[in-house]
Design a binder for this molecule. Sequence first.
Ligand SMILES: [Fe+2]
Length: 260
Amino acid sequence: MSYIENCNTHRQAIIDRFESPYVLENFFNKKEIEKLITFQFQNADRVKAQISSGNIQSVIDVPGMMKTQKWMNDKFKEVFSDYSRCHTGNFYITNQHHDAHVDLISEKEGLEHWAHNQIPFKSVVFPLYLSPLNAECHTAFMKQRRIGYAATFDKSSRSEQKDSDYKLYREYDGFIDINGNPLPTTNNSEDWTESKYPSITKESFSGFTEEMVIKQRVGDVMVFDACQVHASCQPEGTKDRWLKNGMNIQFYKTVPTIDK
Ligand SMILES: [Fe+2]
């Protein structure tokens, strides 16, 4: 079955694993962070500059990394116990806010054989380097979850996504809450202000409600549902000049393959 067919068949199992975001404090020590910073450059197949989201990514084979860096896999096994050997994810370097999105298997990846027995599970994001050290880099996790492909949400056509495989949604659909109940695709953008979400217009924010805002800290790992919409956030009164280097990894669950 295809990735999307599996998402439909196993929809309730995906929803049953939903939970609020949380932080694994001091998950990585200084040595491990240094190892990862070096790893991203020494093992990059190439470097990708994404003009639309203003970030530089060293392109890494993330499943390969989880295999060769056994220490990394061992650490996450302690948290999630059981997950597929397939992953998506990337390293990034940026001084800009990220718009609202979900990191999942893209439509292009969904065609690949490995994706045919995977369903979404968890996503992690962690900074490796922040400048200044106490940079006010925050991530807002929305109440909205969406089971499907990787997606960027932008009603005001700011994003172009020419250099991204993420599907760009100009109109939103399929939002559900933590219990799997449908949520409206528009609202009054009550949690939005321009200083909090400089890269998202009020119009594009319509449909989203904050569930939790977390400040990034080197060593900590933010854990959330892979289907959960999230975006960079600049809380009122915090300084918006910073540079961050970090990584995100998605974890999937394997489901039995049923040949048609
Ligand atoms: Fe993300």
